[in-house]
Write a protein that binds this ligand. Structure first.
Ligand code: TRP
Length: 334
């Protein structure tokens, strides 16, 4: 891989199904970055063990995430697409970083506190040190850019703290990683029920998954909340209507959106027609991804090749970093 290129790293946990929010928040960015950056994209299977100790569905989920990423346009020849558990060097770096992470700051992490609330009977140490493992994933490749959604900002801030401590104690080894989004602002992909955003596990009826059939997409979109329409020109849109327009801008042609905007302004908008249009454009958008992912998912030989090739690229970069880390930490006894 080209050393001049900026290094990019990101991960997706194999828990639940990928949806339009993942597509526009993460995968679309990955695809846009793959030509002029050195990219490492990983399936975070170890991270999933902190919340999903039952591994019955793990293999299938890992395969699905890989297949969906490739179906969205990620090219395993251009990027390193791999599984976290195939790159053992991650565990070594995680161990070193654990000595630089303090219990107090880990306990204060928002995602940790959320998960303690969600699974009070399984507050394991892996959950506590989740941000440490994530930092290891990133700096294992000495990556500078991390394409992630807004919910990961705190983890990135912690990663920068751990990097600063490491560099301060053992020498300037790592760049400080920053969250990155291609178009600048983070895109909002609202859920269909007018509140919040699309989600891997909650709100399934208001989330459009990349694996949803045309029929299911239509059903979910047609159920979205509307009202009897604006009664005066220039009326502001209620949030649930604004969200339909936001979604339409993501998947429909600009002149289609413009037509409905103007219908809204003139109070002639028919929300039934708008939802039918939105459903049909979403289905057109998702169908090719779904079909491609489905084909890849069942091609075990191809998936194995992808994982092997990805692990090889990732481990090459990881081993270089680990050699530098050991040297700078004084763990070189020969
Ligand atoms: N914590 C991330 C999430 O829940 C997933 C993840 C694991 C990740 N390792 C990473 C993201 C490294 C970016 C970089 O979405």
């Amino acid at each position: 891989m080209d050393i001049q290129k900026k290094i990019v790293m990101s991960g997706i946990r194999p828990t639940g199904f990928l949806h339009l929010g993942n597509y526009f928040g993460a995968m679309k960015n990955y695809v846009q970055m793959q030509d002029d950056h050195e990219c490492y994209f990983m399936v975070a299977d170890w991270h999933s063990l902190t919340t999903h100790p039952d591994t019955k569905a793990l293999k299938e989920n890992v395969h699905r995430v890989l297949a969906e990423n490739i179906a969205c346009g990620l090219d395993p020849d251009k990027v390193a697409l791999y599984c976290q558990s195939h790159v053992y060097e991650t565990a070594e770096l995680y161990l070193y970083l654990n000595m630089l992470a303090y219990k107090g700051e880990l306990e204060k992490t928002t995602t940790f506190k959320d998960k303690v609330r969600l699974q009070p009977d399984n507050v394991n140490a892996g959950l506590l040190t989740y941000p440490v493992l994530q930092t290891a994933d990133i700096i294992l490749h000495r990556a500078s850019y991390v394409p992630v959604g807004k919910d990961q900002e705190q983890h990135l801030e912690m990663a920068r703290n751990f990097v600063q401590r490491f560099n301060h104690r053992y020498g300037e080894v790592f760049p400080e990683p920053v969250a990155f989004n291609f178009g600048g602002a983070l895109v909002k992909v609202p859920s269909l029920d007018g509140t919040g955003k699309m989600s891997k596990s909650e709100n399934q009826n208001a989330t459009i998954y990349l694996a949803d059939s045309d029929e299911l997409i239509r059903k979910k979109v047609m159920k979205a909340q509307t009202d009897s329409g604006p009664t005066a020109s220039g009326m502001p849109k209620p949030e649930y209507i604004e969200n339909l327009f936001l979604l339409m801008k993501l998947v429909s042609a600009p002149d289609v959106v413009k037509q409905f905007e103007s219908d809204y302004d003139q109070c002639t908008i028919r929300y039934g027609d708008m939802k039918k249009q939105l459903a049909s454009d979403m289905a057109l958008f998702i169908a090719p991804i779904r079909e491609k992912a489905e084909a890849i998912r069942h091609d075990q030989r191809y998936l194995r090749e992808v994982m092997e090739k990805g692990a090889e690229k990732a481990r090459k970069s990881a081993q270089q970093t680990i050699a530098i880390v050991r040297e700078s930490m004084g763990l070189n006894y020969f």
